[in-house]
Design a protein around this ligand. Structure first.
Ligand SMILES: [Zn+2]
Length: 86
């Protein structure tokens, strides 16, 4: 399954953007969103993520469109319920 993919260093401008992005998420909470088909952690979502993301699962290869905000609400609700029962 080896593919010949040419990998080259990103341009200086792009490398700067990558550095900035890493710095921007350094203090943000990250959570993993699981593939709805196989349960594999497919994407990492940060606190400032908004909108829709399309991702391909590395494990089963299925592509899914995630609505990041909707899933956040869902996950927050799941986390909050047990605490409220204390
Ligand atoms: Zn999957």
């Amino acid at each position: 399954m080896k593919k010949n993919i040419r990998v080259s260093e990103p341009s200086a401008e792009m490398q700067e953007k990558i550095k900035k992005a890493r710095y921007a998420i350094a203090n943000q909470k990250m959570r993993m969103v699981k593939c709805p088909y196989c349960g594999h952690n497919t994407i990492a979502v940060f606190e400032d993520s908004r909108g829709h993301i399309q991702a391909k699962c590395k494990l089963c290869g299925r592509e899914t469109v995630f609505d990041v905000l909707n899933m956040r609400r869902l996950i927050l609700r799941l986390y909050k319920e047990p605490r409220d029962n204390k």
